[in-house]
Design a protein around this ligand. Sequence first.
Ligand SMILES: [Fe+2]
Length: 196
Amino acid sequence: MPYELKPLACDPGAIAGMSEKIIVSHYENNYGGAVKRLNAIEAQLAALDWPAAPVFAINGLKREQMVAMNSMLLHEVFFDSLGASQASGALAARFDTDFGGVDKWAAQFAAMGKALGGGSGWVLLAWSPRDGRLINTWAADHTGNLAGATPLLALDMYEHSYHMDFGAKAGAYVDAFMNNANLAAASRKFAALAGA
Ligand SMILES: [Fe+2]
């Protein structure tokens, strides 16, 4: 069953400081590209001569599957992360417990994004059930999500996310993202986690 694109979760014309053009391009080309690539990889995996296939073919395809699948999943969280709104309920309480308030959380999250400026990767707000806490994590190559953790908010720091609007000013893009952070959506995701 091929993977399909989820509808664009945000209103691309209503994100202050970010153009509709870059959001739609990001959705169609980068997110869409990941889904298309994942389907091609899945087809090759299905056709592989298991277990006789060469180890380099197995390793290569499984690595690329991981990259494409996580790119798809994290982009879905990213587009759902755009739409300025406040945290509420259990998430708002956890911001206080785990970061000393939403402002301190936001300062740390934004600093992590700016630290990646000129590089690439993701900054994620994730819930770690192992320790029962929120944590801001870094994820490279669309992989490296904290094991067992659920991303609630995702900041894409790959250049395709901002270059069209901001050039090399990655920090201005991070500021725009933070102004548009959809903390209501993150609150809903958090509320839906069992035991959170
Ligand atoms: Fe992206």
